[in-house]
Design a protein around this ligand. Structure first.
Ligand code: ADP
Length: 702
């Protein structure tokens, strides 16, 4: 079985066949010519090279001998010619007698198809006329329809032809080869020359058309396996566009098998060989779009078969379109996945409130299939109990009239308006159980394939709502207990002052009247008791001040911090004078807040700066600057400073770093400052080191 490997001889165009005759050169398919010879010896000069080049060119060759007797002679002759002998054994060259040669078009085509099916390029016939034959040999190619892959040489012995017949024979053929004693002469019939010229012109036109086509074009021969199944194909001709589109060069692939040019094509899912094979063997044209794995490109392919066993294919590179389509498809799939997997209930609904499409969450909730759900009214689909009051579905029951879902759908179809996050409380019947849910509904108009629809999204916020409720309750509780605590602190400190004053004044009375009667120890004890009572009085009044820091933002006004500072300094006049303190400052802004709180804040910080002074007279600097949407204030002193590890502790109520005997105080001043600043949505902190003074920073919104 030929495997097409001898196609390597196809360095020329597939249509141009080597005649084997130097005086003739290449011949196109469909050529027929006659040879008029004097004797057998002369005939063989033409016959042998003619057949030999056909055999080498992968053509099926047929030698039609004049009669049965001469077939034997011919066979004997072939066996002795080295160029022919092997081919006759392989069946590529057959010899038959003229009477066996059925010249009807069907029979000729059948012979041609059989040759092609066996992997041949075409058929080459040398038909020999019997000497003295009454009629010129009727050339089979005349009557064969289409454009058969055949070359026919009709061989006439001189002896059988008179001048008239000779002229007739030459006229009937493209040209004639006359074998004479001094060599061969080629005689062209004028009609044939004209036809050939016309053909040449149309071929040139065809070639330029073929070359300038924007579609890729390739012509191939199919290769069959032992079971006559297509197993490969061979490139015979390709145009420029084919080269551009595929990146394959004609000179590299013509005459080669596709399995060698594009390894792996035999397992390509497109089944190129199988598809083309069917076209080449059945003659049924085909059109398809396909991806070539080996070229990594998409093509729109149209294939047809001009001769059995051969096929031509045109290619349009549609890779860009295909990639865009694929990207679109992927995006669609992505969106569909999001739609399906979204934990939201999503429904596409028409003007009649009938469900057109619902996502998985809806189907899971409703516990029905998509088919069953489609066409149901929304309430029915979601299992709304109200919709059950009326067998016609939702939208008709008395309570449906004010249903937010119904209203949202109406808004869309009547006004094209969306609805955003409306709470819908519903009782649903799911799996036979009643479920009270709160759904957060949004609705938007959408167009699906040109049809206006409403896209409803529903989120079950029942759980979240219950949290929210718990949180609100806790907040209210906290506010209540805060208020109670404040009330308690106020009442306690206010009411405690009275008995405390009694204790202190009676102790003092005791001292005045009986001091002389008491011994030293007793007098000392009374001293301690009086001091303790005074300290307690101071703490209680500070606690009272602390509990009063509670103004609301609604009461805030514009406060000029310069004025607040002036008031604070005037309140501290005595202390400042006594200590010989120096006060300096930068420019201070106006803020929004509680004026008396601002005075208290500055007063506490400045008085601490004076109180916790070192050996030098106190120097306190007050400043402010704007940064990141707030004011940053600083109160810096040159006092004793502190260990930074206590920087947080000092803002806690009653926390002090010194004994009372060293520095007077209750430890509430900074707790009050912190409370004031936080009430104004600011922060307060200290930067300090022992012996290096301290800087208190606080922020206030600008
Ligand atoms: P009191 O001044 O009544 O002690 P404060 O709450 O005002 O209470 O201050 C708490 C503690 O923080 C003080 O006892 C002191 O140890 C420390 N402190 C406050 N201001 C300064 C300062 N400017 N320099 C050094 N230490 C300070």
């Amino acid at each position: 079985m030929p495997d097409g490997s001898i196609m390597d001889t196809h360095s020329r165009s597939f249509d141009q066949r080597d005649s084997g005759l130097p005086m003739v050169g290449d011949l196109p398919w469909g050529s027929h010519f006659c040879v008029v010879y004097e004797n057998e010896e002369v005939l063989l000069e033409v016959l042998v090279p003619f057949l030999e080049s056909g055999l080498k060119g992968n053509e099926q060759c047929l030698w039609v001998a004049p009669d049965a007797a001469s077939t034997e002679a011919a066979a004997a002759m072939v066996a002795n010619v080295p160029g022919l002998a092997g081919f006759s054994q392989s069946g590529q060259l057959t010899i038959i007698a003229a009477q066996e040669y059925d010249q009807t078009p069907e029979a000729v085509l059948a012979r041609l198809e059989a040759a092609v099916a066996r992997g041949r390029d075409g058929l080459r016939v040398a038909a020999q006329c019997a000497a003295g034959s009454p009629e010129p040999f009727e050339c089979s190619i005349h009557n064969t329809p289409g454009d058969p892959n055949m070359i026919v040489a009709c061989l006439y012995p001189c002896s059988g032809l008179d001048a008239l017949r000779m002229t007739d024979v030459i006229k009937r053929h493209g040209f004639a080869l006359l074998g004479k004693a001094d060599g061969w002469e080629v005689i062209k019939s004028s009609a044939a020359a004209m036809v050939r010229d016309a053909l040449k012109r149309s071929e040139a036109k065809l070639q330029s058309l073929f070359g300038s086509m924007s579609e890729g074009f390739a012509y191939h021969r199919i290769v069959l396996d032992d079971r006559e199944e297509p197993c490969d194909y061979i490139f015979l001709e390709v145009n420029d566009a084919f080269e551009r589109q595929t990146g394959l060069r004609g000179k590299d692939i013509i005459g080669r098998k596709v399995t060698a040019v594009l390894p792996g094509i035999e397992s390509d899912p497109t089944d190129w060989i199988g598809r083309y094979g069917r076209v080449a063997l059945t003659g049924q044209p085909t059109q398809f779009e396909s991806y070539s794995k080996s070229l990594d490109r998409w093509y729109a392919v149209s294939a047809f078969s001009p001769h059995k066993g051969f096929f031509a294919a045109t290619f349009t590179d549609i890779t860009e379109r295909k990639r865009a389509e694929l990207a679109l498809k992927e995006r669609e799939e992505e969106l569909a996945t999001i739609y399906e997997k979204a934990p939201l209930l999503m429904l596409l609904v028409d003007e009649e409130r009938r469900v057109r499409r619902a996502n998985r969450s809806v189907l899971d909730l409703a516990g029905v299939s998509a088919d069953l759900l489609n066409g149901m009214r929304t309430g029915e689909a979601l299992g709304c109990l109200n919709s059950r009051e009326d067998l016609r579905g939702c939208g008709f029951g008395p309570r449906c009239q004010s249903c937010p879902m119904k209203l949202a759908i109406a808004r869309i179809f009547e006004h094209g308006a969306s609805t955003n996050q409306v709470e819908v409380d519903r009782s649903l019947l799911i799996d036979g159980r009643q479920l009270d849910v709160t759904l957060l509904l949004s609705a938007a108009p959408v167009r699906v394939q040109g049809e206006p629809l409403a896209l409803l999204t529903l989120q079950d916020i029942s759980d979240r709502k219950q949290a929210n409720v718990a949180l609100k309750e806790a907040m209210a509780k906290l506010e209540r207990s805060n208020a109670e605590l404040q009330q308690f602190a106020y009442i306690a400190s206010h009411d405690l002052q009275e008995p405390l004053r009694t204790v202190a004044s009676f102790l003092q009375l005791l001292w005045k009247r009986y001091a002389k009667d008491l011994d030293e120890d007793a007098r000392e004890f009374i001293d301690y008791a009086v001091d303790g009572a005074h300290r307690m009085q101071a703490m209680i009044s500070d606690l009272l001040a602390f509990s009063r820091v509670g103004s609301k933002e609604d009461d805030f006004v514009e406060v000029e911090m310069q004025q607040a500072l002036d008031r604070a300094l005037s309140n501290l006049k005595l202390v400042l004078e006594e200590s010989g303190a120096m006060i300096s400052q930068g420019e201070l802004p106006t803020v929004t807040g509680d004026a008396s709180m601002m005075i208290l804040l500055l007063q506490n910080l400045i008085s601490n700066g004076v109180k916790f002074r070192g050996e030098d007279p106190p120097h306190i600097h007050i400043d402010a600057r704007h940064e990141d949407g707030h004011w940053l204030f600083s109160v810096r002193d040159n006092g004793i400073g502190m260990n930074p590890k206590y920087a947080d502790r000092i803002f806690v109520i009653f926390q002090r770093l010194h004994r009372r005997t060293e520095y007077q105080g209750t430890g509430i001043g900074l707790a009050i400052c912190k409370r004031i600043v936080e009430r104004h949505r600011g922060r307060i902190w200290v930067e300090s080191a022992p012996g290096d003074g301290s800087t208190f920073w606080f922020t206030l919104p600008s």
